[in-house]
Design a protein around this ligand. Structure first.
Ligand SMILES: [Cu+2]
Length: 174
C-alpha cells in the first residue's frame, strides 16, 4: 500500500493531537521502565536508572535485560525478610521474586514519598534503587532513608540523593 502525502500528513497530525493532551493526562498514563542490567561476567549489576521521580498513580515496570543473571526488585520493608522500612508506611510492599532474563514485574505507586528497594542476591554488591513519588519535600521527606536501618555499606553508598532525583527527575548509577 502506498500512502499519499495527505495520508502521511494526516497521520502526523494525529500524533500532534495525541501529544497535545494535557501533560498530566499523558504523564499519569505512562509506564516508567527500569532495566536490570549487568556485565556478562557478573562483575557488575545495577538498576538503570537507579533513581527516578514519578507522579502518584504511575506504574513502574522492571525488566531484566541481563542475559546472564536473575534479579529481584524488593522493597525495603519489614515484610521482606525483616528489612528496615524505607518507603511510605501506608504504601504496599512488593517483592518480584527472581526475574529471569526478559521477565518483568510492575508496581503501581500511589503514596507520595521515597521508596528504596534492592535486589535480593545483589544487595551486597550495591544493587539498589530509589523511586520518589510526588513531592516528598512537601511531606517532610528528606534524606530520612539514609539513616533508617542497617544496610550493607555498598547499598547505602549506591543510593542517589533525594535532592538529585528531585532536581533532575532521574539519576544514573555513578
Ligand atoms: Cu540483582
Amino acid at each position: 500500500m502506498t500512502l499519499t502525502r495527505r495520508q502521511i500528513l494526516g497521520t502526523g497530525g494525529g500524533l500532534v493531537a495525541a501529544l497535545s493532551l494535557s501533560p498530566s493526562a499523558v504523564w499519569s498514563g505512562e509506564i516508567v521502565e527500569i532495566k536490570m542490567q549487568g556485565r556478562d561476567d557478573g562483575s557488575q549489576v545495577w538498576f538503570d536508572p537507579i533513581g527516578i521521580l514519578i507522579k502518584p498513580g504511575q506504574t513502574v515496570r522492571w525488566i531484566n535485560l541481563n542475559s546472564s543473571n536473575a534479579h529481584t526488585t524488593t522493597a525495603y520493608n519489614p515484610e521482606n525478610f525483616g528489612q528496615p522500612l524505607r518507603m511510605p508506611k501506608a504504601a504496599k510492599s512488593w517483592n518480584s521474586d527472581y526475574l529471569l532474563p526478559n521477565e518483568s514485574f510492575s508496581v503501581r505507586l500511589m503514596e507520595q514519598g521515597v521508596y528504596d528497594y534492592f535486589c535480593i542476591p545483589h544487595e551486597h554488591a550495591g544493587m539498589v534503587g530509589r523511586i520518589i513519588v510526588g513531592e516528598p519535600e512537601k511531606h517532610g521527606w528528606t534524606e530520612q532513608a539514609a539513616v533508617s536501618g542497617d544496610l550493607p555499606k555498598e547499598a547505602l553508598k549506591a543510593f542517589p540523593s533525594v535532592e538529585d532525583i528531585m532536581m533532575n527527575g532521574i539519576a544514573w548509577r555513578t
